[in-house]
Design a protein around this ligand. Structure first.
Ligand code: 5GP
Length: 119
């Protein structure tokens, strides 16, 4: 799938719409989800134009991949969910119900999250 430069996360990265930023570096941004599904619900995204995890894994530089992975851990610490536990989700494509076609990792925590998938 071609990258859509008008997706909502691209617009956040361009500063066209606001976000509640948690932290960033030159290649990665973390912010709070606008519609949280748990007491803690953050999103970590690359600043580069990647559609989904497959695209990111195939084309991102090692520096971009390291930055994103490390920022996920840092945000979990910053938001206080590392000790109690948290869940990472990255929806990829249609069967996973990916709504925003810019690669992102959800960090969910702050309560017992139940089984991994609804039946
Ligand atoms: P997906 O279904 O693509 O894995 O998840 C997309 C996520 O983006 C959803 O959890 C949704 O609440 C979040 N989201 C959609 N639009 C916005 C927005 O404008 N700002 C923020 N902060 N989150 C958004």
């Amino acid at each position: 799938m071609a990258y859509d430069p008008d997706n909502v996360f691209a617009r956040i990265l361009r500063g066209e719409i606001p976000c509640k930023k948690i932290c960033e570096d030159t290649v990665t941004l973390a912010f709070h989800d606008i519609n949280p599904k748990a007491p803690t619900h953050a999103l970590v995204i690359p600043k580069g134009a990647y559609v989904d995890h497959n695209d990111f894994a195939a084309r991102a530089t090692d520096a971009e991949i390291a930055s994103l992975e490390r920022m996920v851990g840092k945000v979990a610490d910053m938001l206080g969910v590392s000790e109690g536990g948290y869940r990472l989700i990255s929806n990829c494509g249609g069967n996973a119900h990916q709504d925003v076609p810019h690669y992102h990792v959800h960090i969910l925590g702050g309560r017992a999250l139940g089984p991994m998938l609804a039946k």
